[in-house]
Design a protein around this ligand. Structure first.
Ligand SMILES: [Cu+2]
Length: 66
């Protein structure tokens, strides 16, 4: 399992947190967004999904992974 903390811009409320976490869930990634820190901690199986797909899932929701 890989554990990575991504810096994500644009999350401003609980709804944002929810959309990001749900989008990650859909691709089989366990994600925990921290609104105050502007980060998303992800835990994933590198045999199943790569960081690019995770980045894309977050960006599709309208947030920037920096
Ligand atoms: Cu929001």
């Amino acid at each position: 399992m890989q554990n990575v903390t991504l810096k994500v811009q644009g999350m401003s409320c609980g709804h944002c947190v929810h959309s990001v976490e749900k989008a990650l869930e859909r691709i089989g990634v366990s994600g925990k967004a921290d609104l105050a820190a502007g980060t998303v901690h992800v835990r994933y199986d590198e045999a199943e999904v790569n960081l690019n797909a995770i980045r894309e899932a977050i960006e599709e929701q309208g947030y920037d992974v920096v």
